[in-house]
Design a protein around this ligand. Structure first.
Ligand code: NAD
Length: 409
């Protein structure tokens, strides 16, 4: 999918074929073995990855994912999308990503810590504030980042907070980082609604995924006054035509409980397969990639798809949505608030000077709305979907940097 997108946009842009071939490859991939002595005394060996797609514009940046589905190809695609995301926001960073093939729910806290520390030790030579700065992604969080920061710092013999972002505030994290992806999505959605003369407050929203991204955007939109008709997690969805009480559902989730077990009068449980057919104004996929496909795209009945997850829409589904005049706000724009505030965290760590929430949110809004304006303008000028417009901007910047630097030696 990531490579197909490069081909589609390269054709439209008439991109030099050498640069196109170069950008379809990743700079480096590291595959590591992670042997962990489990609590029961048995050794288990996990596989981990860290990939740098392109560091031509700056050090690599990208999350670390813990999931049984993680594989090298997935991490390569995610690293590629990070390159475009950083470029689209004009951050001086490149694209990277990491992952460990593990189901963290089956590990005790001690096992998870050992896994994280061993994984960090295995990738230590290709991460660092000047090389590649990891962050949280699916199933990783501030605690995991703290273990990475500590392992790296112990090895270097000095505190190095700038090695990861998404850390706890107490050890150099930024205020507003946890909510940043959701907040950025809100700013982009608000800006698009302004362009289209839609009243965001009166819109009906459905959200797939109720983790960091899905939970925050649900909370922000609910607090703003929009109606959240349905949310889902890995166990299924929950729906109410009168709108859900998101605060109550977040409380439930924060106790480690799943949506399938939540009961309330007038709330209906729905399977993940029927979720996308709910009629709404805004559909927000915020779970995993490859969720909107040619199989279910036809059932989608909304005005806007706001991509919270990375790569949730396949190119075939994209065409179907476009033919139905649905605006698809691409992941590299919609969910870029996370990497943007990660960049702020990195700057704050380097300067050892920390901002307040007001400044973080203001700077985020400025950068992400500016990126949105650029994308919207190109999309109108060239009569292209928002994704293609976003890719044109992102790829052009990277291609120019490659041209200036040339191919070493
Ligand atoms: P998370 O682990 O906090 O949450 C994932 C959610 O998706 C969970 O509620 C899980 O139950 C649900 N889920 C998993 N499979 C599902 C399925 N088949 N149907 C419905 N729900 C399902 O992860 P996250 O950090 O919220 O990331 C979600 C997506 O957003 C990923 O694609 C990630 O790469 C992307 N993303 C995350 C950030 C960030 O700051 N965390 C930033 C940009 C993009």
């Amino acid at each position: 999918m990531a490579q197909k997108q490069i081909d589609i946009v390269s054709e439209i842009m008439g991109l030099d074929s050498n640069i196109r071939r170069y950008l379809k490859r990743v700079e480096r991939s590291l595959i590591v073995s992670i042997p962990i002595m489990m609590d029961d005394g048995k050794l288990q060996i996990f596989e981990g990855y860290r990939v740098h797609h392109c560091t031509v514009r700056g050090p690599g940046k990208g999350g670390i994912r813990y999931s049984p589905e993680v594989n090298l190809d997935e991490v390569k695609a995610l690293a590629t999308w990070m390159t475009w995301k950083c470029s689209l926001l004009n951050l001086p960073l490149g694209g990277a990503k990491g992952g460990v093939c593990v189901d963290p729910r089956k590990l005790s806290k001690n096992e998870l810590e050992r896994l994280t520390r061993r994984y960090t030790s295995e990738i230590i030579n290709i991460i660092g504030p000047d090389i590649d700065i990891p962050a949280p992604d699916v199933n990783t969080n501030a605690q995991v980042m703290a273990w990475i920061m500590d392992t790296y710092s112990m090895n270097k013999g000095r505190p190095v907070p700038g090695v990861v972002t998404g850390k706890p505030i107490e050890i150099g994290g930024s205020v507003g980082r946890e909510s940043a992806t959701g907040r950025g999505m809100f700013y982009v959605l608000e800006a698009l609604c302004n362009k289209l003369n839609y009243d965001l407050k009166s819109m009906n929203i459905i959200i797939q995924g109720f983790g960091n991204v899905g939970g925050w955007i649900a909370d922000i939109l609910y607090t703003y006054g929009s109606k959240i008709l349905a949310v889902s997690d890995i166990t299924g969805g929950i729906y109410s035509e009168n709108g859900l009480d998101i605060k109550e559902l977040l409380e439930w989730r924060n106790q480690g409980k799943f949506l399938r077990d939540f009961q309330k009068t007038n709330y209906k449980h729905i399977g993940n397969d029927e979720f996308f057919s709910i009629k709404c104004d805004v559909l927000i996929p915020a779970a995993l990639e490859n969720q909107i496909t040619k199989v279910n795209a036809d059932q989608i009945n909304c005005k806007i798809v706001l991509e919270g997850a990375n790569g949730p829409t396949t190119p075939e589904a994209d065409k179907i949505l476009h033919s139905k005049s649905i605006y698809v706000v691409p992941d590299i724009l919609a969910n870029a608030g996370g990497v943007c505030v990660s960049y702020f965290e990195y700057i704050q760590d380097i300067h050892s000077y920390f901002w307040d929430l007001d400044r973080v949110n203001k700077e985020l809004k400025k950068i992400i709305v500016n990126a949105f304006e650029n994308v919207f303008t190109i999309s109108k000028e060239k009569n292209l979907p928002l994704r293609e417009a976003a890719y044109i901007i992102a790829l052009s910047r990277v291609a120019k940097a490659v041209e200036f630097r040339g191919f070493f030696p």
